[in-house]
Each structure stands twice: as structure tokens, then as C-alpha cells.
Design a protein around this ligand. Structure first.
Ligand SMILES: NC(=O)c1ccc[n+]([C@@H]2O[C@H](COP(=O)([O-])OP(=O)(O)OC[C@H]3O[C@@H](n4cnc5c(N)ncnc54)[C@H](O)[C@@H]3O)[C@@H](O)[C@H]2O)c1
Length: 257
């Protein structure tokens, strides 16, 4: 086991990639807080993990609400005494309306996808700083880079979504720089299109086929479980000197560096 007793909060752990993180971290020995707006799904994931003999709780949270985000961190510290890892994964993705280009909607997407991530990071940061150790993993997206496949404004990925993920990349650099002297690392995972229910609902299959065949070096669709190895690495001491990085887990879609 690579994460024995690692106290991990996973926002948006109730379904999709967050659920896959929760299950994998628990299998690696972590104590997992499944934090989600969706109580029914979050509780079900936590209960199912407990059914395997691992340690898991559900924590209700609206990451876009400052009080709620702080209460999430406090609840985990009250339960397990520390926070070793945060995966700030929650986002409006399943329900996203790509055709809505109003300013109101831009603000709504920012409130959850960017500020929600920022509030989650800020909620755990004082605890990690006190411990002089912690790993924050933000959840970006290759959508932050893929301006070239948005030829029309109602196509995917939406401007709103993509810009929040670009902001998360910048935030990741700043948190890494700020937290480094205090033992707090911050890295992002940037998935390519991953076959969760949200992707199946919102991205046409023909588009996935084109991405896989034309834009990915490894010509296979990504699954939620494909993200987990990177997350385990970034949470563990194996990555002790890795911070401020955006790790694309995308079959070679975006190649930088
Ligand atoms: N699936 C993909 O193709 C893909 C690709 C790149 C990046 N991502 C990112 O990975 C993450 C997970 O993707 P997914 O496909 O599993 O998405 P999803 O929509 O299936 O899951 C998102 C989860 O976040 C929760 N959530 C939404 N708003 C919340 C809030 N205000 N407070 C707390 N929880 C909230 C939802 O209840 C849900 O459980 C997201 O950040 C997404 O942007 C996904």
C-alpha cells in the first residue's frame, strides 16, 4: 500500500473521476473523505468503500461556498486530526450548458470550477502549513490548452469551462510557490477526455472518436481509473520534490516542456 493512513479529501468524490480517486486511495490505505454536493451519491461511495474494510466518510460540501469549504476541512481534522492530501476535483461538468454564453453563466461556472477549487485549497492550507507537510492536487483539463478545436462558440469544450481550467493551472503555480517553504506541494492533473457519465452525456461520440484517432498518441479512450496512478504518485512521498507541475494524463494529447 502506497498511502497507508494518508488522510485525503476528494471533492466531487460522489461520481466519475472523483469516485475513482476515492476507491483507489482507499485501496492504497488512505483514509478518504468523500466530499460532494450530492449527498446521496457521496454517501453511497463512502459506504461502499467502508464495505471493503477501508476508512471513509462522507462530508457534505458546496465548494463554491466559503463557509462550507472551511467546514469540510474542519470536519476532516475533527475526525482524523490532520489533512495530508486534498484532491480539488469538484466541478460543474455533468450539467454544463455549453451553449450558454451569458455573463451570469460565466460567473456561475467560475464560482464552482475556479473559486470552488481555490476555496478548497485555502481551507486545507492552514492545516497543511501547521503540519509542515501536505499535497494539494488540483483538477485541471486539457481543455485549458485546446483552443484549436473550438471553431464555433457553441462547440466543446466551452469557453467558460476552458478558462476556469487555465486559471486553475495558474493557481497551482502560485500555491506551489507559496506553500513550498512550508512543505506544502501543489500539482495539477490535466485529464484528456475521459469516459465518465458526464463526458458520455455532453461530448458527442464522433468527437471522442476524432480526438482519439487524430489527437492522441496512444489511440485509446481514457477511463477514470487512468487518472489514479498520477494522483497516488502526487499524494505520496515518491513525488516529494515535485511541485507546481501540470501533469497531463491524456495519452499524449498535449505535449509540453
Ligand atoms: N471527464 C472528463 O473528460 C474530464 C476531462 C478533463 C477534466 N475533467 C475534470 O475532472 C473532474 C471530474 O470530472 P467528471 O467527469 O468526474 O465530472 P462529474 O460531473 O461526473 O463529477 C463532478 C462531481 O463534482 C460534484 N460537484 C459539482 N458541483 C459541486 C459543488 N459546488 N460542490 C461540491 N461538489 C460539487 C458533483 O456532484 C460530481 O460528483 C472535473 O473537475 C472535470 O472538470 C474531466
Amino acid at each position: 500500500m502506497k498511502l497507508e493512513n494518508n488522510v485525503t479529501i476528494i471533492t466531487g468524490g460522489g461520481q466519475g473521476i472523483g469516485e475513482a480517486y476515492a476507491r483507489r486511495f482507499a485501496a492504497e490505505g488512505a483514509r478518504v473523505a468523500v466530499a460532494d454536493l450530492n449527498r446521496e451519491k457521496g454517501e453511497a461511495v463512502a459506504a461502499s468503500i467502508r464495505g471493503t474494510g477501508a476508512d471513509a466518510i462522507f462530508v457534505p460540501v458546496d465548494v463554491s461556498d466559503e463557509t462550507s469549504a472551511n467546514a469540510m476541512a474542519d470536519a476532516v481534522v475533527a475526525k482524523w486530526g490532520r489533512i495530508d492530501t486534498l484532491i480539488a476535483n469538484a466541478a460543474i461538468y455533468y450539467d454544463i450548458d455549453n451553449a450558454n454564453h451569458s455573463f451570469e453563466y460565466l460567473k456561475k461556472i467560475f464560482a464552482v470550477n475556479y473559486f470552488g477549487s481555490w476555496l478548497s485549497c485555502r481551507a486545507v492550507y492552514p492545516h497543511m502549513k501547521k503540519q509542515q507537510k501536505g499535497s494539494i492536487i488540483t483538477q485541471s483539463s486539457d481543455a485549458a490548452y485546446t483552443t484549436f478545436y473550438v471553431p464555433h462558440e457553441d462547440q466543446l469544450p466551452s469557453f467558460h469551462y476552458s478558462v476556469t481550467k487555465a486559471a486553475i493551472n495558474a493557481m497551482t503555480h502560485f500555491i506551489a510557490a507559496t506553500g513550498g517553504p512550508h512543505g506544502v506541494r501543489c500539482n495539477a492533473i490535466s485529464p484528456g477526455p475521459t469516459m465518465t457519465e458526464a463526458t458520455k452525456k455532453s461530448v458527442p461520440k464522433e468527437m471522442i472518436d476524432v480526438i482519439v484517432s487524430m489527437m492522441m498518441a496512444i489511440k485509446q479512450p481514457l477511463e477514470a481509473e487512468d487518472m489514479c496512478g498520477a494522483a497516488v504518485f502526487l499524494a505520496s512521498d515518491e513525488s516529494r520534490m515535485v511541485t507546481g507541475q501540470i501533469l497531463c494524463v491524456d495519452g499524449g494529447m498535449i505535449m509540453r516542456g
